[in-house]
Design a protein around this ligand. Structure first.
Ligand code: BMA
Length: 293
């Protein structure tokens, strides 16, 4: 099974007239809520700093785009920018995890909003400084909030889980999935992509895998509904790999990288960055995707 690319890809490109998003826009998060697809994407201008842009759509393919970033870095914590947003809805608010890039490395950060435009930062006591690819689960499980992430100093570079009751202190960190054997498409490192989607077979996790040649592909795995630290199944083949010109050539060649997927009328919409330059979408019928597991 492979995801089906939208024939109108890329759906969003850098806008030379907006300084903050003139060079690259990529790695979008998505939330489908009350008939609208809300997209938050990483944008880079000539200053090489990542900010977060916002776009909204009725059909998932044609987006209305805001001309100003909705989230900009704070100088001390994130001088090099806010990267790779991932969003879930918890209660009535939207929670965005992102990677803050400072001179000391990458940190997982969190901000919330009710309207996608005005955001409030949360102070998180993260155990390690170098950590990224953080995705929250969209509901409490067993009385706790859960997050998948990748502590960068751990070898091999896999997907880990941590728990919290208050979003400030996180505990119970343990590995969920490791990179696979040498020679495979996901052998060098892996990271969570979109926040997990609840299905009758478990939590569907779309993740990225990197091989020894630094090619980024997407794969699919299933985690246990009651205990997502348990990997139930991992599909051995990638579900999307760089093939199109806009995935092969860009800021970083040979990259498909997702930060968001949503289910709408029995179809999954997977939003992804092509070669760290443009925003794309691919879809698959739910039944076909779940047929992998
Ligand atoms: C990762 C992140 C992503 C990026 C990918 C490929 O480490 O920085 O934002 O898309 O590399 O360059």
């Amino acid at each position: 099974m492979k995801l089906r690319r939208y024939e109108g890809n890329p759906i969003l490109k850098p806008k030379p007239e907006n300084a903050w998003e003139s060079e690259n826009i990529f790695n979008p998060a998505v939330i489908y809520d009350k008939g609208l697809f809300h997209l938050l994407y990483r944008a880079m201008g000539r200053d090489d700093i990542s900010r977060i842009g916002y776009a909204v759509s009725i059909d998932g393919f044609n987006f209305f785009r805001f001309d100003k970033p909705v989230f900009t870095p704070k100088l001390i914590l994130e001088p090099r920018g806010c990267e790779d947003p991932r969003v879930v809805k918890l209660g009535r608010s939207y929670y965005m995890t992102y990677t803050a890039y400072s001179v000391n490395g990458m940190r997982v950060c969190l901000a919330t909003t009710d309207n996608f435009i005005q955001w409030e930062r949360y102070e998180m006591e993260w155990q390690e400084r170098n950590d990224k690819n953080a995705v929250l689960f969209p509901e409490m499980i067993d009385g706790k909030y859960m997050i998948l992430h990748r502590p960068m100093h751990k070898e091999p570079m896999g997907i880990w889980i941590s728990y919290t009751d208050n979003f400030a202190e996180w505990y119970g960190q343990r590995e969920v999935m490791a990179p696979s054997e040498e020679g495979n498409w996901d052998s060098a490192k892996i990271g969570a992509g979109a926040p997990p989607i609840k299905t009758e077979k478990g939590w569907l996790l779309i993740y990225h895998g990197v091989d020894e040649d630094m090619v980024y592909r997407l794969g699919a795995a299933m985690l246990s509904l009651d205990d997502p630290s348990k990997l139930l199944y991992r599909h051995s083949k990638p579900i999307l790999e760089p093939e199109m010109d806009y995935e092969i050539r860009g800021e970083v060649p040979n990259v498909v990288f997702t930060c968001g997927a949503c289910e709408v009328r029995d179809k999954y919409y997977i939003y992804y960055g092509g070669a760290d330059r443009v925003v794309c979408v691919a879809t698959v019928d739910k039944e076909e995707m779940l047929g992998l597991f």
